[in-house]
Ligand binder design. Structure first.
Ligand code: ATP
Length: 479
């Protein structure tokens, strides 16, 4: 069994070997922190995306979805504060030229202190860091690093540059003339596409407050330190929902969405012990309150989702910059106001990694007679890339024809996979490694009594069922 430390590496290798996730442009030695989803990864990602979309829109009468463009008018990012504020403090080690995000560098040092049994010291260090970050005290952060004798992991020295802010937005030119006016950004979050469409959706959808707008799409950030596989990417996908509310009700809705979003995670069958809330002390420029939902990845507890109480910051800013009224007339109280917003923002790629981390199991199946093991991805069936594998025992005697018929009967209902090559045991293991919850085997008995063997991935139990029950059995498990 892989230890927690190397489980992460094992997942990365498994993703590559079984067609889930590849390094982007691998034949040219790859592009840092950019990844491509392969045949099963893209299917897994699509299933997570669909599950979120359905639970947000279809299951909430007062939430609708949109799909805004990645390119937006450049003033959007001035208004949102991203041009001036969307930056992370960073520091370089002069000997190794390695660049660190200051908070990551200090947190790593706090981890070491904690492992050495100096928990109080670690907590004090983190509290001081949060306070300095809150005041944007860059000189103070450098002093904190120096006072704690924090060293670069590459050079082993404490020869640091000053702490500087580093803007994370990618820019490019729109059209053929490269001047300042044509500079636009790749969106660093999907939220602003929702805010600029607030009036369009509210009016055309005749939405009444409280209501939400959901969106899924790509976002781009020039992350300073982009390691850790799909946890931190430069091109990634977000699933965001902005919930528009009456001012004064924000605390109640903030608590509501904190609880509601955690429930969504738990609905995937993941144990509550794997989650925790982390309330922010340092708030982003737009936030009145913010917390992260953290999941215990093999690399430790890390943010997977943020819940933010944004007040009327965004709509007011867009109102100021666009000179268009971003107001709502609330007939119940006979008042016009700029609505307040509660945001839920979850990274799709981080959720893919979460689901993979949760599902990945190395099982020892050895008996006194024989050493054996398997790697199995125990995905919740509704998220599994392939739901049903159809495996004729042999390539002859009419068994493939029966298998093909089952495939034809089931494939419009869920993703099926047909395979007749290799020994059956080998085929089962391949399906375990991809996370297929059900395999049916067609054998000679099938020809006599129209039954097949169904094998369950997690228990490896097998049972005989009539062919005409397959669809129903699988469908029941994947809702
Ligand atoms: P972090 O502190 O890890 O950089 P953040 O607080 O900047 O994240 P938000 O701006 O709140 O993140 O974005 C919402 C969600 O988008 C995050 O919870 C995360 O799941 C996802 N996300 C943000 N940045 C990245 C990234 N570089 N790669 C993959 N997912 C990301």
């Amino acid at each position: 069994m892989a230890t927690n430390d190397n489980k992460f590496q094992a997942i990365v290798s498994h993703c590559k070997e079984y067609g889930f996730i590849f390094q982007s442009s691998e034949i040219y030695d790859g592009l840092a922190a950019v990844y491509d989803y392969g045949q099963w990864g893209s299917e897994l990602k699509k299933n997570i995306r669909d599950y979120w979309w359905k639970s947000m829109t279809q299951m909430h009468e007062n939430i609708v979805g949109i799909d805004a463009a990645i390119f937006m008018h450049p003033t959007t990012w001035k208004a949102s504060g991203h041009v001036d504020n969307f930056s992370d403090p960073m520091i370089d080690n002069k000997d190794s030229n390695k660049r660190y995000r200051v908070d990551h560098l200090i947190e790593a040092h706090a981890d070491i202190l904690e492992k050495e049994g100096k928990k109080a010291e670690a907590d004090a260090l983190l509290a001081t860091m949060e306070a300095l970050l809150g005041k944007d005290d860059l000189a103070g952060l450098k002093t904190l690093i120096e006072d704690n004798k924090i060293k670069c992991t590459v050079s082993g020295t404490s020869n640091w540059t000053d702490v500087r802010q580093f803007n994370l937005m990618f820019s490019t030119q729109l059209g053929s003339v490269a001047d300042e006016a044509s500079e636009i950004y790749l969106r660093p979050e999907t939220a602003q596409g929702i805010f600029v469409n607030f009036l369009n959706v509210q009016k055309t959808g005749r939405m009444k407050i409280p209501f939400g707008i959901a969106q899924i799409g790509k976002a781009f950030r020039n992350e300073i330190v982009a390691r850790q596989f799909v946890f931190r990417m430069r091109e990634f996908e977000q699933m965001e929902m902005q919930f528009f509310i009456r001012p004064g009700t924000e605390d109640q809705w903030y608590e509501y969405w904190k609880a509601e979003r955690l429930k969504w995670h738990l609905s995937l069958g993941i144990s509550p012990e794997r989650y925790r809330y982390h309330d922010h002390v340092k708030l982003a420029h737009y936030a009145k309150a913010a917390c992260d939902i953290e999941y215990e990845f093999p690399i430790g507890f890390k943010e997977v989702e943020g819940i933010h109480s944004r007040g009327d910051f965004d709509l007011t800013q867009h109102q100021t910059y666009s000179k268009k009224k971003m107001q709502y007339f609330d007939a119940e109280i006979n008042q016009n106001y700029v609505p307040y917003v509660i945001e839920t923002s979850i990274g799709l790629d981080r959720t893919v990694l979460l689901i993979l981390s949760e599902a990945y199991v190395e099982e020892d199946l050895s008996t006194p007679e024989k050493q054996d093991s398997r790697v199995v991805l125990k995905f919740p069936p509704k998220l599994a890339p392939i739901k049903l594998a159809i495996l004729p025992l042999t390539k002859k005697d009419g068994l493939p024809e029966i298998g093909r018929q089952i495939m034809n009967d089931c494939k419009s209902s869920f993703y099926c996979f047909y395979e007749e090559k290799d020994a059956i045991g080998k085929r089962y293991r391949r399906m375990d490694a991809i996370g297929t919850p059900f395999c049916v085997t067609v054998d000679h008995q099938t020809k006599e009594d129209n039954t097949v063997t169904i094998r369950y991935r997690d228990t490896m139990q097998q049972e005989r069922i009539p062919i005409n029950k397959i669809l129903e059995i699988v469908q029941k498990q994947i809702i």
